[in-house]
Design a binder for this molecule. Structure first.
Ligand code: KG4
Ligand code: ZN
Length: 391
C-alpha cells in the first residue's frame, strides 16, 4: 500500500511517499521538507498569511519532485477529463494561487500507483492547513483514491516509531502498551496515555505557553533569532558548569513541579527570565549562556518530574517523546539516563533527528496506523481544517 502524505500546519511544506508491505515493513520512497523559517525570522515567529502563500506556491513543485524521486512520475497527455477538471476547479475555488499549476501537472502525468493521500487537518494554523487539505482532496478526486485526515499530534507520536534507514525495507519500532507520549512542540506540551493506537487519553497539558514557545520567547529575550529552541540549546552548551553552580543569583523557578497533576505552566518561567535579564548590569555572552542553561534545566526538570510520575501511576511500558523540542540534546540525554538508571523496563522511543520537527513522513505513518484500524477512517469528502484539534 502506497501512501502520499502532506503536512502544511505551520512553516514547513512537506510531502512524503511511503510504501507499506503486507508484512508491515516500509520503504520511504520520497520525503521532502521545504522550510520557510528564513521568511518568518524577521517577524520573530510564524506569520500566517506568508505561511499560506508559501505553502500554495511550493506544494505543487514539491509533488512533482516527490513523484520523480519515488519513480512514480510518468508523463502523458490529457489525463484529466473535463468533468474532473471542473470538479477540481470548484474544489480549489478558494486556492486560486495553486489551481492552474496543479491542474496542468495532473493533466500531464499518468495516474501514479498511490492508494491513499494522508494530510494533516489540525492542530495548526487554519489558513496553512487548508492548503494541504484542499491539495490532498484534489489528488483524491483526480486519482480516485481516499483522502484521509491525520491529527498532527498523532503524527508526532508516530515519528518516534520510524526506524533509522527507512529508505530501505524496515519495520516500525515495536512497543508495548500502555505507552505514554510526552509531546513537546511550539504549540503544545502534553502527556498522553496510549492504551492502543487510536485510544488516547490526555492526562495533562500546559495551562499557558507551550515549552517550545518558552524556548522561543527566552531566545528573543537573549537577543537570539527565531526559532529559539536550537539557539538556546547551542548557547547552553557554552555555560560553565562551575560558574553556573556557584551563581545562585541566576536561578529560575520550576513552575508547577510539585502540583498534584500532570499539567504544566511555562509563561511564569519566561517572565522570570525577563526579570533576570533586566537585573543584569551587563548581559555578557557568558551570562547569556548561563541563563540559557538554567532555563533549559528548569524546563527539563518540570517535564521529567511530571513524566516520571505518570509512568509510575499508569504502569507505563513505553515512553514516547515527540514534537520539535524532542530535538533538544539535553532533554534526550536526561530521559535516556533516567530510564536506564531508574526504569530499565520502560522502553524509550525518540524520533530520529530528521523527523523531530514538522514533516510529512510522520503523517504517512500515522495515516497507515489509522488505516490498519480501519473503523477509524472518516468520510473523505467532509473533513476540514481544525486549528484546535485535540487528540
Ligand atoms: O513540532 P514543531 O516543529 O512545530 C510545532 O508543531 O509547533 O516544534 C517547533 C518548536 C519550536 O518552538 C522550536 O523552538 C522547538 O520546537 N525546537 C527546540 C529545538 N529544536 C526545535 N526546542 C529546544 N531544543 C531544540 N533543539
Ligand atoms: Zn509539530
Amino acid at each position: 500500500m502506497k501512501i502520499l502524505s502532506i503536512e502544511t500546519s505551520a512553516d514547513e511544506t512537506s510531502i512524503s511517499i511511503v510504501d507499506f508491505a503486507d508484512s508491515g515493513s516500509l520503504s520511504v520512497l520520497a520525503h521532502i521538507i521545504n522550510t520557510q523559517i528564513e521568511m518568518h525570522k524577521e517577524y520573530g515567529g510564524i506569520y500566517p498569511a506568508i505561511a499560506k502563500r508559501e505553502h500554495a506556491r511550493n506544494v505543487t513543485p514539491l509533488l512533482e519532485e516527490a513523484l520523480k524521486k519515488a519513480a512514480l512520475w510518468s508523463p502523458g497527455t490529457e489525463n484529466l477529463p473535463k468533468e474532473k477538471s471542473q470538479e477540481l476547479r470548484a474544489l480549489l475555488e478558494r486556492e486560486p494561487e495553486m489551481t492552474n499549476e496543479l491542474l496542468s501537472l495532473l493533466d500531464s502525468i499518468e495516474r501514479p500507483d498511490i492508494d491513499y493521500v494522508a494530510v494533516t487537518n489540525g492542530p495548526g494554523l487554519e489558513p496553512a492547513l487548508w492548503i494541504g487539505i484542499n491539495f490532498a482532496k484534489a489528488l483524491g478526486v483526480a486519482w480516485d483514491i481516499p483522502a484521509l485526515p491525520v491529527n498532527h499530534m498523532e503524527g508526532h507520536i508516530a515519528s518516534a516509531l520510524i526506524p533509522e534507514g527507512a529508505e530501505e525495507q524496515a519495520s516500525l519500532h515495536p512497543f508495548e502498551f500502555p505507552a505514554l507520549a510526552l509531546l513537546v512542540s511550539g504549540g503544545h506540551t502534553e502527556l498522553v496515555v496510549i492504551n492502543e493506537i487510536g485510544d488516547y487519553k490526555k492526562i495533562g497539558q500546559t495551562r499557558d505557553d507551550a515549552v517550545g514557545e518558552a524556548f522561543d520567547k527566552t531566545a528573543r529575550l537573549l537577543g537570539l533569532p527565531y526559532p529559539g529552541g536550537p539557539e538556546i540549546s547551542k548557547l547552553a552548551e557554552r555555560s560553565r558548569t562551575s560558574l553556573e553552580r556557584s551563581s545562585t543569583s541566576l536561578s529560575l523557578p520550576r513552575p508547577m513541579i510539585d502540583t498534584d497533576d500532570y499539567d504544566f505552566s511555562f509563561s511564569g518561567l519566561k517572565t522570570a527570565v525577563r526579570t533576570l535579564v533586566e537585573k543584569q548590569p551587563k548581559l555578557t555572552k557568558q551570562i547569556k549562556a548561563n541563563i540559557a542553561k538554567e532555563f533549559q534545566n528548569a524546563a527539563i526538570d518540570v517535564l521529567v518530574s511530571k513524566t516520571r510520575k505518570a509512568t509510575e501511576v499508569f504502569g507505563i511500558k513505553t515512553l514516547i517523546i515527540g514534537g520539535g523540542v524532542s530535538a533538544n540534546k539535553q532533554l534526550r540525554e536526561t530521559f535516556s539516563e533516567l530510564l536506564a538508571r531508574e526504569y530499565p523496563d520502560i522502553k524509550l522511543l525518540l524520533p530520529n533527528s530528521n523527523v523531530t520537527g514538522d514533516n510529512a513522513l510522520m503523517i504517512a505513518i500515522a495515516g497507515y496506523l489509522k488505516i490498519k484500524s480501519s473503523d477509524r477512517i472518516e468520510s473523505t469528502a467532509t473533513f476540514g481544517a481544525e486549528g484546535n484539534l485535540s487528540l
